[in-house]
Design a protein around this ligand. Structure first.
Ligand SMILES: Nc1nc2c(ncn2[C@@H]2O[C@H](COP(=O)(O)OP(=O)(O)OP(=O)(O)O)[C@@H](O)[C@H]2O)c(=O)[nH]1
Ligand SMILES: [Mg+2]
Length: 302
């Protein structure tokens, strides 16, 4: 497909064009996920840039190299009247709390513009979820996009993490996340693409983001970026060919999330219980040593 066609598909995309109509959906929400510093915010800037005429590069989404993650809030950036991109907070270590927050963002249960705190207790997270009922959103069609930099090889543990995330995206949205490999010229993207495909990825597109220091528009680079948006829209079209019920789908997402939180709470409780038991054993050992020492002061402890 040539660049003009891609731009046209995106610019004129309508949720009403299928024979079942929009079925209650009003907007497409391209939700970005990925580890910190892998180029999520830059990808938003690139998408906006390639849809505009001319070569005046801007950075609506702040993008910078940091050690601890730059984007802290869940921000939305409209691409067209129908398509909005959401820059979710990147994750660094993916513990139980981070994972639950990722799925809360994916399910659209954390308001746009709100700072995302990786919660260290589940009651606070549940409170957020309850608050999301004040203004429930049924009208966004969610498409997950996972952004991964090819600058480094994927460690096995991270690979397993990403695989689980991809499977859960399908459960929550019915869509296999589109994989965007950034820093295309800085690593072996063919090898990493293969690894993602072996994990079940359906669409993997390697790109080089436009940045403040590198933004001369070239055909290949622009086409790669447009293809990501086009693939997302093809997924939406495909899903809208089946009868859908936005309210029910939101309920299903919420059920998935509650179930997920329940399971992780249970497993964290198990870990806490093991720690408590360890502490009890340690205390008993110390008591025993004191007892032995008191009974026989000459006996050397340890
Ligand atoms: N050369 C090159 N630089 C990139 C690319 N993508 C991102 N960068 C640079 O990498 C740095 C981090 O990019 P960001 O877009 O801020 O990454 P992020 O995923 O939004 O990071 P957090 O907000 O911290 O989660 C910035 O300095 C970008 O300019 C790319 O494809 N090629
Ligand atoms: Mg960012």
């Amino acid at each position: 497909m040539d660049i003009g066609q891609l731009r046209d598909n995106i610019g004129h995309f309508s949720l009403d064009s299928g024979y079942l109509g929009n079925q209650g959906y009003e907007k497409v929400l391209l939700q970005l996920f990925g580890y910190t510093g892998h180029g999520k915010s830059s990808f938003i800037n690139s998408c906006k840039y390639v849809l505009e005429e001319g070569e005046r590069f801007a950075e609506p989404a702040e993008a910078r190299e940091t050690h601890h993650g730059l984007t802290m809030s869940r921000n939305a950036y409209p691409l067209t009247e129908t398509i909005t991109m959401v820059d979710n907070r990147g994750c660094s270590k993916m513990d139980d709390f981070e994972r639950s927050e990722v799925y809360a963002q994916l399910g659209n249960f954390i308001p746009i513009g709100q700072k995302v705190n990786w919660k260290d207790n589940f009651s606070a997270m549940m409170e957020d979820l309850e608050n999301s009922e004040l203004e429930p959103n049924y009208t966004d069609f969610i498409v997950p996009i996972f952004v991964y930099s090819v600058r480094q090889q994927i460690p096995d543990a991270e690979m397993q993490e990403v695989k689980k995330f991809m499977e859960n995206c399908v459960r929550m949205t019915g869509i296999v996340p589109i994989i965007v490999l950034t820093f295309k010229t800085r690593g072996d993207y063919l090898d990493i693409e293969k690894r993602f495909r072996l994990m079940g990825a359906e669409v993997v597109i390697a790109i080089e983001n436009y940045t403040t220091t590198s933004n001369i528009k070239t055909l290949g680079r622009t086409t790669d970026i447009l293809m990501v948006i086009d693939s997302a829209l093809r997924n939406v079209k495909f899903r809208l060919e089946q009868p859908r019920n936005p309210r029910r789908e939101r309920v299903e997402r919420k059920k998935f999330l509650l179930n997920y939180i329940h399971q992780t709470t249970t497993s964290s409780e198990t870990v806490k219980e093991i720690e408590r038991e360890r502490e009890r054993v340690r205390e008993r050992t110390i008591q025993l040593l004191h007892f032995r020492e008191a009974k026989n002061p000459a006996c050397e402890v340890m």
